[in-house]
Design a protein around this ligand. Structure first.
Ligand SMILES: Cc1cc2nc3c(=O)[nH]c(=O)nc-3n(C[C@H](O)[C@H](O)[C@H](O)COP(=O)(O)OP(=O)(O)OC[C@H]3O[C@@H](n4cnc5c(N)ncnc54)[C@H](O)[C@@H]3O)c2cc1C
Length: 440
């Protein structure tokens, strides 16, 4: 397909929206990206603390999946973004309270320590570590760590967003920020586009397909409570080996991690919420002026929780690094309840838009819509699944929305959350194939 042969609108400019836009533009389509926020990048945006001159990643900070993503490799991302790889990918802070802390920095310790270390990686899925999706997450992230480490981009995650934006714009993609798409009031350009790809929460895309659909029955997971600290010193870990790890998991034993995850999934704030901590300034000096440091951290809390992120995380770090609180000069926080205002995809603070709940990762595009569907007549979720199977290929089910030419492309579709761009790239490839078929 060559230029002038089609138009596409991508709603949302996270890594998947930008990957979709690049893939569509490479195929010759005229592509416009509509982004609600006032700058592009979604979960890749970084911000400056103007008072201290420090640079912080609002969402994603550590990027094992960006490095192994086939799409990013094909784009040559590592020619444009420099990654630093900390000596250890991750470490698990252990020990009851501050009494006898010890660490796991590899899988080579005792079985209990190895299990705890794996639990910390698996819990990235915001599920108890023994649940199937958490086991898969642990295997994927752990494997990526062993293969090529858990790298941190020099200049913050924004450097990845900037590289993707540059590539998209060089292909003629127009990116318009401050353009929140209201699913109940679609613009003419969106209605007329040959393809529309949604880098959004699935519920938003389904409301746009079928305004008459009852409110979404989608299930969401626990929330992230985020804190970005400016400190006067590196975290004073009692066990200095924790300093060599790019990411430190504050979770304890397998049992403790499992208990904390069960609690947040049941809507209870645990005494010790599982937390992830990174100090990018240790590995990328450009993050902070000399003498200052940055700490990126988030805790797993109940869905929609207003728990004070700074308080929760400071308490958890203090268990393993007494004296941390005294080094804090400033902190910027986002509670789980606040997250949707920053990024509507993080419903109730769920950074996976519900993708880690049940079968939703495989059915996000398909099974949510009931009621009349504009453009293609009434269709039920199951009816759409049947038609998707017959006409669009069953494998398209996670991405293909119940309207011709419309696809979901966010991290709510396979391969799932994380910065890799593959959900957007795959959705765009499916959309191009469908457009090609429509045109004979
Ligand atoms: C606190 C936190 C920490 C994380 N840490 C990591 C990490 O270390 N490593 C990692 O790999 N991943 C991490 N992630 C996950 C990662 O950020 C996401 O999985 C990834 O950004 C998903 O990309 P996406 O393109 O699907 O969506 P997003 O990046 O969420 O982008 C979606 C975009 O769509 C826009 N949008 C939504 N609705 C509309 C609308 N109606 N109209 C217009 N625009 C709209 C949003 O404003 C946003 O810009 C983290 C996420 C969070 C929240």
């Amino acid at each position: 397909m060559r230029g002038g042969e089609g138009t596409a609108v991508v709603v949302g400019s996270g890594p998947n929206g930008l990957a979709a836009a690049i893939t569509l533009a490479e195929a010759g389509l005229h592509v416009r990206v509509l982004e609600a926020a006032d700058s592009p990048g979604g979960g890749l945006r970084s911000f400056r603390n103007e008072r201290f001159g420090t640079l912080h990643d609002h969402c994603s900070a550590v990027h094992p999946l960006a490095r192994i993503s086939p799409f990013f490799r094909r784009l040559g991302l590592e020619r444009e973004v420099r990654f630093v790889t900390p000596p250890r990918a991750w470490a698990q802070a252990m020990g009851a309270g501050a009494a006898e802390p010890s660490i796991l920095s590899s899988l080579t310790g005792s079985a209990a320590r190895a299990a705890a270390s794996f639990a910390g990686v698996a819990a990235h899925a915001m599920l108890p570590p023994a649940s199937p999706l958490a086991l898969g997450t642990g295997a994927l992230l752990g494997g990526a760590g062993l293969l090529s480490g858990w790298p941190i981009p020099v200049g913050g995650s924004q450097a990845i967003a900037d590289a993707l934006v540059r590539r998209a714009e060089s292909l003629g993609v127009l990116i318009e920020c401050g353009r929140r798409v209201d699913p109940a009031d679609l613009s003419a350009e969106l209605e007329a586009a040959d393809l529309v790809l949604w880098d959004t929460d699935p519920a938003t895309a389904h409301r746009a397909v079928s305004p008459a659909a009852p409110s979404s029955s989608r299930r969401y997971g626990p929330g992230a409570a985020k804190a970005d600290f400016v400190t006067s010193a590196p975290i004073p870990w009692r066990d200095q080996r924790l300093r060599r790890a790019g990411t430190v998991h504050l979770g304890g034993t397998w049992g403790e991690v499992a208990r904390a995850e069960r609690d947040v999934n049941a809507g209870r704030l645990p005494a010790h919420p599982f937390s992830l901590v990174s100090q990018p300034s240790l590995f990328d000096p450009a993050r902070a002026p000399e003498g200052l440091h940055t700490v990126w951290a988030y805790a797993h809390v109940p869905h929609g929780s207003s728990a004070d992120s700074a308080e929760v995380i400071t308490r958890e770090i203090e268990r393993f690094a007494p004296g941390f609180a005294a080094t804090v000069l400033d902190v910027t926080t986002t509670t789980a309840a606040d997250f949707p205002a920053y990024n509507p995809n993080c419903v109730g603070g769920d950074i996976a838009s519900g993708a880690t709940r049940g079968w939703q990762l495989l059915t996000s595009g398909t099974l949510r819509t009931r009621g009349p569907v504009s453009g293609s007549g009434p269709v039920s979720g199951r009816g759409h699944l049947f038609r998707t199977g017959l006409q669009r290929g069953l494998l398209a089910a996670p991405w293909a929305l119940p309207r011709e030419g419309w696809f979901l492309c966010s991290g709510a579709t396979p391969p799932g959350p994380g910065v890799h761009g593959m959900s957007g790239h795959i959705a765009a490839r499916l959309a191009l194939r469908e457009l090609g078929r429509r045109r004979g």
